[in-house]
Design a protein around this ligand. Structure first.
Ligand code: SF4
Ligand code: SF4
Length: 222
């Protein structure tokens, strides 16, 4: 019989969970946005209908609620994960670790504080608590919210999925118009409304072309 190492029963700070990507934010995390521990450029919005991996169900499912997440980088996972000890942290005498560290360790989001890879009970409890939404973060009087509502209508993920699954004569034109509108709105927000480029994935979610690619992949697998 091959030797299997015992499963861990404490955090070895290996950073594997951080390298897999950032957490979803819940209402308990709102204070971290208010005090700017987490900024808008650190966020990405996953919109209703986007396909996500549900770690509790062990499969990919469509989101039935909006999900604001800490953004990930391609190779190092969560954008707060520092893959090697930061020089600044070493200089200041902060605890460092060869597997890297969390840049906001003392104030990490609720999901991260609850995460134990050897026992997901606490994470399941936190995951079931209300999530933050763009409306709550921006405030209902924010003029951007009307644009977001319009974008949700014209670029609805559920509509796109329907057109991919059961195309009709209008489907190609619908996809073309939605993608063009999405790209134009991103441009307009930056050039006319002065929204920083790195806030756009929080305000409008991932570019529609990426969302469509994800939907096509999911449809191809089912
Ligand atoms: S919770 Fe698990 S995966 Fe995450 S750092 Fe600790 S030991 Fe590694
Ligand atoms: S916020 Fe910190 S603890 Fe949470 S995934 Fe990112 S690096 Fe890891």
């Amino acid at each position: 019989m091959p030797h299997r190492p015992n499963p861990p029963n404490h955090c070895r700070r290996c950073g594997t969970c951080c390298r897999k990507g950032g957490p979803a934010l819940h209402q308990a995390d709102f204070a971290l946005l208010r005090d700017k521990t987490i900024r808008r450029e650190d966020l990405v919005t996953l919109r209703v209908g986007e396909m996500v991996h549900d770690q509790f169900k062990g499969r990919i499912i469509p989101l039935d609620f909006e999900c604001i997440k800490i953004r990930s980088r391609d190779h190092t996972g969560c954008c707060f994960h520092q893959p090697v000890p930061a020089l600044q942290a070493i200089a200041s005498g902060a605890t460092s670790h060869p597997s890297g560290h969390c840049a906001i360790h003392e104030n990490k989001p609720a999901e991260c504080a609850a995460l134990k890879c050897w026992d997901i009970a606490d994470l399941a409890l936190i995951s079931a608590t209300p999530r933050l939404s763009r409306l709550e973060i921006l405030g209902k009087d924010n003029p951007l919210f009307e644009l977001i509502r319009d974008h949700e209508t014209r670029c609805s993920v559920a509509d796109l999925l329907r057109h991919i699954q059961t195309p009709n004569p209008e489907s190609v034109e619908h996809m073309r118009q939605a993608t063009a509108y999405d790209a134009a709105l991103r441009d307009l927000l930056q050039k006319k409304a002065g929204v920083p480029a790195n806030h756009i994935t929080f305000i409008l979610g991932r570019p529609l072309s990426e969302v469509i690619l994800g939907l096509r992949r999911w449809v191809a697998m089912h």
